[in-house]
Design a protein around this ligand. Structure first.
Ligand code: CU
Length: 501
């Protein structure tokens, strides 16, 4: 098949498979038409700073996402998703109860805590059970999140709603000159894409291609709301974006091309803002952006299509060509400027004062990680193997699918290691528990702006080189994980575990 034929064949396939290949025209939101749509709500806010205590309960409930029918969902302290937990440095006594009829965990994604407090797959909370880690938080301010992490069940449990956001703060944002009024000029935005059936019920129905490519939907939700409009003051607004999708990779931009000033990545603040036209956000990653809404109309935050989806995703380098043929972009969130909201901050500060990683101090050990989709891909024998529920046993790291009983690495406490992570076929967001890292190189070049700060998750397109600092201990009984944050890939075996001692 020559290139011309391939493009024609792909275009045909993409036009047919709108469910995951394109964005149905009916889903498009007119840029200026925000009247009559509901206002975006923030998650409830749970402030632990005075009490030093955090109480979460995993529960089931019903959610009516499209206003037509109920979906049975799960959440922490509410029917879907969980509260935004505000915390500061110091002691935090957490209590997590599970009222569901399946085991769950509470993994603190982005918090630097020991393995026994990490909430990984070795810390299941049984139905009716309780987990009460007595934690100590000591790290710079950051937007982190929490979600369930039962091996083999993470994808469907997170999809069902077991996730929430964490604001780790030092109370000094006024001095930094950045917005901090929750839900006014400091917006928390959990991005998730979902599918709905004909009666308006949210469905998680995995087909083989969903495991291969990761599950994506054709309907965008922000904080569990469909087509809501975010009201913003006519000034500088801080957007804390969390990619809580199972698999979708966003490339975000405003429809009127307004600048996004990147001020924080996974691990916290940058030293100074970076002005960007587009921001990429892979599953598990967080960014904080400052956006100036003092001028212009009611802009729409847009995303380009997911590079991993459809035939284009399998063809790697051909993606760009496909995107020139088919516009796969879609609206993520509409904004409406509201004169009644106080615009407290009028300009983007020149400095934020965060610390950039500098780990280039002759690391002791180099390791290579290959994120494998072995077995010959779509036609290979790995696809329908006997393990992993009969699907996709070919997903592995360095040829080995995840095994709860096997410790893959033993890492010396307090060291810095050089990890080289490579992907073939698809791009994979690589997450490490219990550590922050510095991205040294991406695809043979300098890291992209979104990768310049402290990170705990990075999208590996081809090859990514990172320096990782291991400051938190983890024992054999509660090791840390490293894995692909496409949740279907993680569940299917693209994960490993390590001790730090
Ligand atoms: Cu993956």
């Amino acid at each position: 098949m020559n290139r011309r034929n391939f493009l024609q064949a792909s275009a045909g396939a993409m036009a047919l498979g709108t469910g995951f290949l394109g964005w149905p025209p009916g889903q498009r939101v007119a840029a200026r038409d925000v009247a009559g749509r509901s206002r975006l709500q923030m998650p409830a806010r749970l402030d632990t700073r005075d009490t030093g205590r955090l109480a979460l309960t995993a529960m089931s409930g019903h959610s009516n996402f499209l206003g037509r029918s109920q979906t049975q969902t799960t959440g922490f302290n509410q029917p879907y998703l969980g509260p935004t937990v505000v915390m500061r440095e110091g002691g935090l006594a957490a209590t997590v109860r599970n009222t569901l009829n399946a085991a769950v965990t509470a993994h603190w994604h982005g918090l630097l805590v020991p393995g026994e407090h990490d909430g990984g797959p070795h810390l299941p909370i049984p139905p009716g059970g309780l987990w009460d880690p007595d934690m100590f938080i000591a790290q710079p301010p950051a937007t982190a999140w929490y979600h369930t992490h039962i091996h083999g069940q993470t994808a469907n449990q997170v999809h069902s709603g077991l996730a929430g956001v964490i604001h780790l703060t030092d109370g000094r944002d006024d001095q930094r000159g950045i917005p901090s009024a929750y839900g006014v000029d400091d917006l928390t935005l959990v991005l998730q894409d979902r599918r709905f059936n004909g009666s308006g019920r949210m469905v998680y129905d995995l087909h083989m291609m969903d495991i291969m490519h990761g599950f994506t939907g054709d309907t965008m939700m922000v904080n569990g709301q469909v087509e809501a409009v975010a009201a913003v003051p006519k000034g500088i607004v801080r957007l804390r974006l969390v990619n809580g999708s199972n698999a979708r990779i966003y490339l975000l931009y405003f429809d009127d091309a307004r600048t996004m000033h990147l001020i924080a990545t996974d691990g916290g603040y940058l030293d100074s803002p970076i002005a960007l036209d587009k921001v990429r956000l892979a599953p598990g990653e967080r960014v904080e952006l400052l956006v100036d809404f003092s001028t212009g109309g009611n802009p729409v935050l847009m995303s380009e299509g997911d590079p991993n989806q459809g035939p284009a995703g399998m063809m790697g380098r051909m993606r760009g060509l496909i995107d020139t043929l088919i516009d796969r972009s879609f609206p993520v969130l509409s904004f409406s400027r509201d004169e009644s909201l106080p615009a407290r901050i009028a300009s983007v500060p020149e400095e934020i004062g965060g610390s950039l990683p500098n780990l280039e101090v002759s690391p002791t050990t180099s390791r290579h990680f290959s994120l494998d989709m072995s077995g010959g891909g779509m036609t290979g024998r790995g696809m329908m193997g006997k393990r992993g529920g009969g699907m996709m046993s070919g997903l592995a790291i360095n040829g080995r699918p995840f095994d709860m009983e096997r410790i893959d690495l033993k890492i010396a406490h307090g060291t810095v290691e050089r990890w080289v992570v490579s992907s073939t076929m698809l791009s994979h967001p690589f997450h490490i528990h219990g550590a922050l890292f510095q991205v040294i190189a991406e695809n043979g070049g300098s890291p992209r702006p979104e990768s310049t700060g402290w990170k705990d998750t990075v999208l590996v397109e081809d090859q990514t080189e990172i320096l990782v600092r291991f400051d938190m201990p983890a024992s054999r009984t509660t090791p840390f994980m490293y894995h692909c944050h496409i949740l279907e890939h993680e569940d299917a075996g693209m994960m490993g575990q390590f001790t730090v001692s």
